[in-house]
Design a protein around this ligand. Structure first.
Ligand SMILES: [Zn+2]
Length: 224
């Protein structure tokens, strides 16, 4: 028996019985209150480096069956095979992870048209710059839009507040976790656009703009 199989046999919990409905428990997050399935716990191997508290050395086994079933329906009439990875409209978008944002539809774009980089707040981070450089030089990007949005949680909280809320949800200290909160959304947007403009590997020929998406009207205003 291989090591991997042995580990799997030892670490997997018993299969859930399908006769019982999934148990739900309410949880509070800083974005609101919702229900999740009660997690089953299994040990995880852990990574070298940071030592986790004992109670955190378990990960919930989530149920993805509904999503995988939806994927099979998606694949039934899948007609996008063989598509290349170029941004066909020459567009790259840096925007927030917020679920109210539909980056392609809000700009009249379609599948394959744009490179999209998302993070909390829609910030131009080092990782975003890496994506933009690749987009510009290898993937057909000619225009870059940086698009934060109204009513963004990252602009409505301080870093201390987020740490306190996350700590309360996690049941443990979160004061070490960095959150890139936005104190002044317009000033941050100006900084972010400047970062893209100033990057030595992003040529002047690339169009760069800073915008604000209104999650209540769907409109985008150019601010920078
Ligand atoms: Zn946001």
């Amino acid at each position: 028996m291989s090591h991997a199989r042995n580990c799997g046999r030892l670490t997997h919990p018993p299969s859930p019985t399908h006769a019982e409905p999934p148990q739900l428990r309410p949880i509070d997050t800083f974005l609101g209150r919702f229900h999740v399935r009660r997690p089953q716990l299994r040990p995880f191997g852990g990574r070298a480096g940071r030592r986790r508290p004992e109670r955190a050395r378990f990960l919930p086994v989530a149920d993805f069956d509904d999503l995988l079933a939806a994927n099979r329906r998606f694949a039934d009439d899948f007609d996008l095979g063989g598509f290349d990875g170029v941004a066909h409209a020459g567009v790259a978008i840096v925007t927030c992870m917020d679920s109210r944002i539909d980056p392609l539809r809000m700009l009249g774009l379609e599948h394959g048209d744009a490179k999209i980089f998302r993070n909390p707040g829609g910030r131009v981070t080092e990782a975003a710059l890496e994506a933009l450089v690749l987009g510009v030089h290898l993937l057909g990007v000619k225009r870059i839009l940086v698009v934060p949005h109204t009513r963004c949680a990252m602009a409505a909280s301080t870093e201390v507040e987020l740490r306190e809320k996350v700590g309360a949800s996690a049941g443990q200290d979160a004061s070490w976790q960095r959150f890139h909160v936005v104190e002044d959304q317009r000033a941050s947007l100006e900084d972010d656009v400047r970062k893209v403009q100033a990057h030595p590997l992003i040529p002047d020929s690339i169009g760069i703009g800073g915008f604000l998406y209104d999650v209540d009207t769907g409109l985008i205003d150019r601010l920078v």
